[in-house]
Design a protein around this ligand. Structure first.
Ligand code: BGC
Length: 540
């Protein structure tokens, strides 16, 4: 049977397909860790009790308890340092201890970081942020890896898309928990939202404990019998059945071929061999960068202030609106990935975001003055247009670049270098996330004078011209570099990269599906590959 682990989707009866969905979808829960953790810090550092514990008192009486800019920047961005290195460590971990045990270990790392953040010493709190970041970085790479290696191919897009949905639900939950504890008069105001994360980690680790290991990892290690047992569980079939046998052969053949051309550690990820490893790795690294360059985290990190300036006074409602639009539209997006296709959704999403962002920029500059430029009177109808188009922009992101990029991150790379290339791509996400998050206040805010004065570009709403421009870049990048992979097994994607061009990928994909081509069938040197497969089996 040709298909992702779990079957063709067409060949598996519905009850077993349901079981495959449940197994591979559960891991999406890890997205809650990602979304919740990145969503909490902004609210925590605004809490009175936290400021009194970790902040400074302004003796001039103007600011009261406050957190100095450099400490604020440190406590917010240090997580990204942890996530960046966590994503890089995900590769050795995934190939060494496996996808499943790697995820359980990441939860333990994350819990250590969460525990340290309950302390009242600044240094311990910061170290806790770094360690929790390591956990989030590991999880953010291991989840799409595990999911794409275990999901049935016909709904792999939806399954990995659920991970993005969990990210958005995590952010929404953090806004709700923060709002409900913010007025508590003691440390519990910030300790509760931090400690809630133990629950997410426990659910993920507990669930992973019960799930099967990725059969592709087991075959990578030559553990044939365990791989068949795992495939059997995922496909709800006897491990000795012909279907499991055929699936194992398909993965093995692709693996053997890839391993022969992919020797040599990280360098192999960038080698432009028959499998086009270099093209595929760079595509992953760059598409994650372009996702961040859509400007989405400007909304999630700094949107509260932006919307406030646009005439809405309750920041809680604003955060909730953005989070709700993001979550609801991600539900829509997840359904579209396997129907509309990855490439087409990314093109539509980039165009939609680009138009929405230019409208925000033009209306803002001509009529809105949401940046409070010169303190002139505000034009409320224009500002409502701004809010509406910002919501359209979030909606376009949520239906396309949010979920699709994670789906592609799980499926673009050949198995021989998958863990390494994925971790490089995810690390790129966190690097750009950090860079953009750090630079944005300097682009948007007005300059300040005095001893702590900061030189800033004061772009205000004009920053949307930059995000609109980067979305043009997203469109062009997609057109030239993103193939259509809808409905293909991971091994058929290898075939596509070997035998087609990106621009013609949709026609080629259609042909593979119509002719039901498999990697094994197509591999010219099939016999030799199978013999190598036998060597692996015997040495297992
Ligand atoms: C991005 C995050 C972003 C989130 C918003 C994810 O796909 O990688 O940076 O905050 O979507 O939903």
């Amino acid at each position: 049977m040709a298909g992702g682990a779990g079957g063709t989707g067409g060949g598996v009866n519905s009850s077993s397909l349901l079981w495959s969905i449940v197994l591979s979808a559960f891991a999406a829960f890890g997205g809650i860790l990602f979304g919740y953790d990145t969503g909490t810090i902004g609210g925590i550092i605004a809490m009175q009790d936290w400021l009194e514990k970790f902040g400074k008192f302004d003796t001039t009486g103007q600011l009261g308890w406050y957190i100095p800019t450099n400490d604020k920047s440190l406590v917010v961005s240090i997580l990204s340092a942890g996530t960046f290195f966590g994503a890089l460590c995900a590769s050795p971990m995934a190939d060494f201890v496996g996808r499943k045990r790697g995820l359980i270990a990441s939860c333990a790392v994350f819990c250590l970081g969460v525990g340290l953040q309950l302390d009242t010493h600044w240094a311990v709190f910061i170290i806790g942020r770094v360690i929790a970041g390591l956990g989030v970085g590991l999880v953010s790479c291991l989840i799409p890896m595990y999911q794409s290696e275990t999901a049935p191919k016909s709904i792999r897009g939806m399954i990995v898309g659920l991970y993005q949905l969990a990210i958005t639900i995590g952010a929404l939950l953090s806004a709700i928990v923060l709002n409900s504890t913010q007025h508590r008069p003691n440390h519990s105001s910030w300790r509760i939202p931090i400690a809630v994360q133990f629950v997410w980690a426990a659910v993920l680790a507990g669930g992973m404990f019960l799930l099967p290991e990725s059969p592709r990892y087991l075959l990578l290690k030559g553990r044939q019998a365990e791989a068949r047992a795992s495939l059997g569980r995922l496909m709800t079939m006897d491990p000795d059945s012909p279907e499991v046998e055929a699936e194992a052969l398909e993965i093995n053949t692709a693996l053997v071929v890839e391993q022969r051309v992919s020797q040599g550690g990280y360098m192999a990820c960038f080698r432009n061999n028959e499998d086009k490893n270099g093209l595929r790795t760079w595509t992953g690294i760059l598409m994650q960068g372009w996702q961040q360059l859509t400007g989405i985290n400007f909304i999630f990190y700094y949107g509260t202030t932006f919307f406030k300036q646009a005439g809405i006074s309750n920041p809680f409602i604003i955060t909730i609106i953005a989070d709700v639009v993001n979550t609801v539209m991600t539900i829509v997006g997840v359904q579209l990935i396997d129907r509309v296709g990855r490439r087409r959704l990314l093109l539509i999403g980039a165009a939609g975001m680009c138009v929405s962002e230019f409208i925000v920029a033009i209306v803002g500059v001509t009529a809105g003055h949401p940046g409070g430029i010169g303190g002139t009177a505000v034009n409320l109808p224009a500002q409502r247009v701004l809010i509406a188009f910002t919501c359209f922009y979030i909606a376009f992101f949520a239906t396309s670049w949010g979920p699709v990029i994670w789906v592609l991150t799980g499926e673009l790379f050949p198995l021989g270098v998958r863990a390494k290339s994925m971790s490089l791509a995810v690390a790129s996400n966190w690097l750009w996330n950090f860079g953009i998050g750090y630079a944005t206040p300097y682009l948007v805010d007005p300059p300040t004078t005095g001893p702590n004065g900061v030189n800033a570009a004061n772009l205000g709403v004009k920053v949307f011209f930059i995000w609109g421009g980067t979305c043009v870049g997203c469109f062009i990048f997609t057109y030239f570099f993103i193939p259509e992979t809808k409905g293909l097994s991971l091994e058929q994607i290898d075939l596509l990269y070997r035998e087609s061009t990106i621009i013609n990928s949709n026609q080629f994909r259609q042909r593979i599906l119509d002719e039901n081509q498999t990697f094994t069938k197509n591999f010219q040197d099939e016999k030799e590959a199978v013999e190598h497969g036998e060597d692996i089996k015997q040495s297992a």
